[in-house]
Design a protein around this ligand. Sequence first.
Ligand SMILES: Nc1ncnc2c1ncn2[C@@H]1O[C@H](COP(=O)(O)OP(=O)(O)OP(=O)(O)O)[C@@H](O)[C@H]1O
Length: 385
Amino acid sequence: MTATMMTTDASSSRTSGRSLHLNKVGKRFGTATALDDVTLSVEPGTFLVMLGPSGSGKTTLLRGLAGIERFDTGAVRFGSTVIDDGRTHVPTERRGLAMVFQDYALWPHLTVRQNVAYALKRHHLDRHEAARRVLDTLDRVGISAKADAYPQELSGGQQQRVALARAIVGSPALLLFDEPLSNLDADLREHLRVEIATITRESGATAVYITHDQAEAFALADVVGVLRDGRLEQLGAPESIYTRPATPFVARFTGLAGAFAGTVVGRFDVGTVAVGVGDHRLAAGIPADAVLDTGDDVDVLIRGAALRLDEPAADAATGTSGGGVPGRVTDVAYRGRGYEHVVATAHGALSGIFAPQAWSRGTECRVVIDPAGCFAFPRRVPSTI
Ligand SMILES: Nc1ncnc2c1ncn2[C@@H]1O[C@H](COP(=O)(O)OP(=O)(O)OP(=O)(O)O)[C@@H](O)[C@H]1O
């Protein structure tokens, strides 16, 4: 990828983002399906994060939106303009977009100021106006002190700030981010994540950001799309994906404490079933379209946030009084604000159980489970979740 391809003519879209619509987008590479019937729509100015493991199609989607790659099937509309379908393929430089890459992709022979100014070339601005906008933008991303440095004289975090400045200086309507934080260390990642979130929202652009990091996705996004093997498994606000995962894959990929095998023993309420796990009864949510009957085998997937440690039940051997599942602490890790524990139970291990005080290894305990963080999915044999 050359730097010339990273910013495109945004002169017609200086003020705001536009809605983005993908309709049945597909892409194959030989026999590999990279994208399979992906359909989604987001409002103007939405920060969309596409989340998925390696090989799920994130890069292919981003490159298709950028116009670097052409989709095989389906259509992409940006605002009222079709930018890609069977007949139309608007070239990258006419899509009004800018892209930020994982490896920064700055011109090594240009200074910071010149790298950013380069992105304004197509705007045909007056020299002074262009210089002012470049400096304003460098100020916004906190790198103006390095305006005359060359990229190789900067740290990774500083280079990514320059790349961000170069992306936003032309006020594009669409900003594309290709895992921009993955080469940075933890502290810097968090810092720059906040700045990307703030600066992008201030710019008003619609953003599409790809990552395999669930925490990053949830922290950044207005809307998250979860990709698996080229298919969109769920699209929604981070909160709805966390509290109502549509599939076992989405639940697992967005963070689980553990899973228990159980059997449906009844219904509690609309959307909630009672599941027998050994001698215990758990309440668990079920996906909107799921049909589960008494006697069906299920996997109960459990979020860490749903778990709380308590003293063992009065009848600790069965755990039948006081609710919760008896267990023994097998690991405790200090996390600054408190401690995360791993607890072994008769039905499997539960990890990431937070408590403000440490429960030491070997302590008998009871894990109290909030039904809001339990999801029952039909068991697959053999299990593929
Ligand atoms: N140029 C290509 N030639 C052949 N197969 C490709 C090509 N690009 C992608 N693929 C295949 O398409 C699928 C999706 O790849 P893609 O790079 O889009 O996934 P990804 O989610 O971005 O993965 P990663 O996080 O590892 O970059 C994979 O199976 C990949 O091997």
